[in-house]
Write a protein that binds this ligand. Structure first.
Ligand code: MTE
Ligand code: MO
Length: 476
């Protein structure tokens, strides 16, 4: 559209969320979406793109949806992006600094809520997450402890060695995909042990990255069973000396120590535990373990070792820092500043039952005349314990209402690795300027969540599974 004015990307940036006029970029075009947002109440998704490109957001939705919007958008076009600016932006992406170990980290989706840039740690945008049963790769939370390793898949190897291994193996990615091992898929949650730490911190101060409620995601992982690989390496499934299987990743700190963790031998031999090469039908993105990752469904996120290079059966747990000196829940008597004797504390394995409200966002304003509010969130429990109920309350837990549940139809309550998305509509309570919504879930073992973080408080702020609460403001 040569008839329209030209804008710099910096000009567009000034028209972000909250500005008088809000602009977005699509390919060469600049669009003013201010009126569009007023007339499309569901337009909050496009609002996230204000001040920048809409393309990463549309990539999360089916093509036909975005085509419809495209037609509307073309009428809102106010100009073109300066072509020099577009070229410069493309160049910047490949600008490497040799002294920065993070210079080679991948590009990330702009909607990720960044907790820490280096190492990169970010959680999913809650409302976008609720739009998909399988969390799109681009907005799946990222929990890295070190720079993302630069792995050449053609040179990548996984070693299988250790206790009870009579035929040590060195497998290439091609060996793993060759068909010698059966290809399988498993839909499972990965949840960081620090998910919802910020909530526990608001109750009483704790130490660690302040994750809100979306250091969790649900994806379909495709690969081969770890069991099949261990059997080929000569491991005897009834070898009682083997208690754990260790894993190491290709990422390492400045001293060369690589990331590692372990799972119980029984979990390693269980059919749902896989060495994955695909995430939601795509090669695993670099942030999530390209080219190979361990997936041990139902177990703490920290054990899902990315950039997998070593598999090692053993009589003891992994000696890695993240198994021994982290991801352990201290008794509540241990306070900030106290010496932490990790050797006396049990490591986390299966995750307890969890749920959270993702929609609406905390402190959303609703109109009294609407009469009710739509809620959405997730629930999940470790160990394959399926969710059998999610309940919500608007009176602090005096009375509860059951939510509607969405689950993977291919999974049963005894082997439920994927999450439950839930939805409920609650009436706006009379005569209050604001009210609190609470949710809690129950798993098939009838485990449920405690009322407050007081029952769970621990110095590292791990495994906060207390009732999730949000406040909603009412406009008369
Ligand atoms: N694997 C390696 N090699 N390096 C890591 O830093 N982080 C772990 C785990 N696997 C980590 C890793 C932690 S603590 C979590 S919660 C999950 O990966 C996060 O997986 P994601 O980044 O794909 O969401
Ligand atoms: Mo984690």
């Amino acid at each position: 559209r040569p008839d329209l004015p030209t804008f710099k990307l910096d000009d567009v940036k000034k028209h972000g969320k909250g500005a008088d006029r809000m602009w977005v970029v699509y390919k060469q075009g600049v669009y003013d979406i201010t009126e569009f947002l007023q007339n499309h109440p569901g337009g909050d998704k496009i609002l996230m793109a204000a001040g920048g490109s809409v393309e990463p957001f549309w990539a999360l939705y089916a093509q036909h949806k975005t085509e419809e919007v495209m037609e509307i958008l073309e009428e809102l076009r106010i100009g073109n992006v300066d072509p020099d600016d577009l070229a410069k932006a493309a160049l910047k992406k490949t600008d490497n600094n040799e002294n920065n170990p993070y210079a080679n980290d991948p590009e990330r989706h702009p909607a990720l809520l960044v907790n820490q840039e280096t190492p990169f740690n970010a959680e999913s945008p809650p409302s976008l997450m609720m739009d998909h049963y399988l969390t799109p790769n681009d907005i799946f939370f990222v929990r890295n402890h070190m720079p993302v390793p630069d792995v050449d898949a053609s040179k990548h190897r996984v070693k299988i060695e250790g206790l009870g291994v009579t035929k040590p193996l060195v497998l290439t990615v091609d060996d793993i995909k060759s068909g010698e091992f059966e290809e399988v898929s498993v839909t499972t949650v990965i949840q960081c042990g620090g998910n919802r730490r910020a909530d526990m911190n608001r109750f009483k101060k704790v130490q660690g990255l302040m994750w809100e409620g979306t250091a969790i995601g649900n994806a379909k992982w495709t690969g081969i069973r770890l069991r099949d690989v261990l059997l080929k390496a000569g491991v005897d499934p009834s070898d009682t000396r083997i208690k754990h299987v260790h894993f190491e990743g290709a990422d390492h700190d400045a001293s060369g120590a690589c990331y590692g963790g372990s799972v119980p031998f029984e979990k390693a031999m269980s059919p749902e535990t896989v060495i994955a090469y695909q995430m939601n039908g795509q090669p695993i993105p670099r942030d999530h373990g390209y080219p190979l990752r361990l997936i041990a469904p139902g177990i703490l996120g920290a054990r899902q070792v990315k950039w997998l290079v070593t598999v090692r059966p053993s009589d003891v747990e992994s000696p890695a820092h993240w198994q021994q000196k982290d991801y352990k829940v201290f008794p509540s008597s241990v306070q900030i500043g106290d010496p932490l004797d990790f050797s006396t504390v049990h490591s986390i394995n299966e995750y307890p039952v969890q749920s959270a409200i993702c929609v609406p966002a905390p402190n959303t304003k609703v109109e009294r005349s609407d009469g009710e509010v739509d809620l959405a969130g997730y629930a999940w429990s470790g160990g394959g314990r399926g969710i059998v109920r999610v309940e919500v309350s608007t009176d602090g837990g005096q009375t509860w209402q059951c939510a509607e549940l969405e689950q993977d139809p291919d999974q049963d309550v005894h082997h439920m690795w994927g999450w439950t998305l839930w939805r409920a509509t609650v009436p706006i309570p009379e005569g209050k300027e604001s009210f609190q919504v609470v949710c809690k879930a129950t798993d098939r073992a009838y485990n449920t969540q405690p009322e407050t973080p007081g029952a769970l408080w621990n110095v590292r702020g791990l495994l906060n599974t207390a009732w999730h609460r949000i406040n909603i403001q009412v406009i008369e």
